[in-house]
Design a protein around this ligand. Sequence first.
Ligand code: FAD
Ligand code: SF4
Length: 506
Amino acid sequence: MVIGIWVLGTQLSQQQAALQSCQSEKAIVPVIMIESWELVTQRPYHQQKLVLIWSAMRHFAKTLQQAGWTVSYQIAHDFRTPLQNWVHDNQITELRVMRPSDRAFISWINQLDLSCEISLLPNNHFLWSTEEFQNWANPRKRILMEDFYRQGRKRFNVLMEANKPVGGNWNFDQENRKPPNQKLTPPSPLKFSPDEITQTVIKEVKSLPFNTYGNIEPFSWGVTREQAQQVLSHFISNNLANFGTYQDAMVSDQTTLWHSLLSPYLNLGLLHPWEVISAVEQAYWEQNFPLNSVEGIIRQILGWREFLNGIYHWVDLDYDQSNWFNHTYPLPDFFWDSNQTDLNCLKEVLKQIEETGYAHHIQRLMILSNFALIVGISPQQLKEWFHATFIDAYEWVMVTNVIGMGQFADGGVFASKPYVASANYINKMSNYCQNCRYNPRKRSQEEACPFNFFYWDFLARHRDQLKSLGRMNLVLGNLRKIDSEELAEMQNLAVEWRNQHESKLS
Ligand code: FAD
Ligand code: SF4
């Protein structure tokens, strides 16, 4: 039997399952890595995302070679041709691949026409395997992140003392919603200068013959495991202490605040979630960091990240087509060009994504996704947009975050109510409204903020469906208190806005 290993672009760890299964035979087991246009022509990806993935792959191939593996690194239009030739030339009888995170890609690999057996090994880049999550979820009547997270804390013994959560509480979210009322001075993010390999990729991406998105330079993401580890250390030394407190704040020109910027590296396999959780927990025990911050970041990684990956593999295959509210309005053009909108919060966040491919969680959820939901934009078009434009976006994390959490298009498989808010929330949690031509306090007259009239229009349009969700009763009660003439005025503004923007669509 001749084993060959195919390392995918999001599996860049020497400990990944396929490489690990042949550690002692690395001198004789060939490895292939393929940089292909097949996937990247599907949507207009952010140029920095292409640079990040291809540069990280090229660096990882070198790392493997230095570690004693024989690596064939191929640049091709598709995956199938180089694979078939390589299998043939090396007389491979078993192709080993760690199971990808993307379900469609798993099916695609399974039906590949190769002259050898294909073995998919369980993905070890998450703490919960697909089967373990299913065993947890299947017998349950309710699928709540909080229940899953507590189970994870106990199972992996994280922030626990004698079977109880450290500090007596599982959750410190109440302490983690401070608005940016005073001047904040967050640390600068760690930036890396492009080395020779990255510079070559930048040149290549600049001359790609298909549509891409965003600015390619300045490119300052890390592209190696060592750099990803430096980002983690930098986070612990400079950001962790305040991570929790201002987790939900949004500030112009301070795009990253105390966030970790770890998602691009976790999602490529350059960091393992366990090493992040262990390092943060160790810092807590040894350096006494504030518990709200420590628990806050651990909840994101041990809780949300693992939970949403579990959900992605647990739901039906057509989950990504869900559209509970039947929203079909097309994605406005300004999502692709921040200059085309005069809503300052959207403009600032979209500009930041053009420049870096990054926005933090509340910008994604309460600005971009909230806006799409209250306007009634197609969840599938929004998902495609997120997938193309974000530095850390992959199918597993898109489907659950955009379709499920952001758009509530699944009707509440794991969330108990949609995340919708008016300008009130944005004005409280950010300083965007200070430089906006709209007035966050107006909802129907001149200068009325679109977040306001769309918010009430959304509640009115879907009031019957929303009634079935107990947690919406309070806001539906507020809706009933609005004078019918004013509600009609807001609904007219919403219709006018939609018509105006639809007519501009290219
Ligand atoms: P931090 O705020 O520092 O959080 C630490 C880590 O927690 C993140 O690096 C991430 O690995 C993990 N995490 C936190 N929340 C989630 C979550 N909901 N799902 C998965 N991981 C989570 N995350 C992605 O990795 N890729 C995406 O494409 C993506 N798209 C999103 C789209 C929408 C509409 C929403 C609401 C969320 C999305 N998220 C996505 C989740 C989250 O917003 C990002 O993981 C986070 O903002 C990344 O920045 P950070 O590393 O600075 O995060
Ligand atoms: Fe956004 Fe409205 Fe505030 Fe302007 S006023 S920044 S559109 S929430």
